[in-house]
Design a binder for this molecule. Structure first.
Ligand code: SF4
Ligand code: SF4
Length: 99
């Protein structure tokens, strides 16, 4: 194993394209009160901050459902406007194939 792409390649996902289980507001993220801790705390590297454009991007596909982002992001933790964290609906989400 050499990196996150290799790890994700052996992990299955049943993607719920139309109902992201984690929602953020990329514009509001510009005024993040949590030092953008989501970026460094996500083991699947789902959060990417572009300093040049001041733009946060997030993709729920590939989320490992560890809950780290919910713990480090005050807005996700409290369910602030534009932010929510839930587990995927039954049958969707990560399917661990190893370990
Ligand atoms: S920690 Fe929360 S508010 Fe801050 S950038 Fe990440 S998702 Fe946005
Ligand atoms: S729950 Fe874990 S894997 Fe999923 S986006 Fe949050 S930190 Fe990343």
């Amino acid at each position: 194993m050499s990196g996150i792409d290799d790890l994700l390649a052996v992990t299955g996902f049943e993607t719920d394209e139309h109902h992201p289980h984690i929602v953020i507001d990329p514009v509001a993220c510009r005024t993040c009160p949590s030092d953008r801790a989501c970026v460094t705390s996500c083991p699947a590297q789902r959060y990417v901050w572009d300093e040049a454009t001041q733009q946060m991007s997030f993709d729920h596909v590939g989320c490992l459902e560890c809950g780290n982002c919910r713990l480090v992001c005050d807005r996700l933790f409290t369910g602030a406007d534009g932010y929510s964290w839930n587990y995927p609906v039954r049958g969707a989400g990560v399917d661990y194939r190893q370990g």
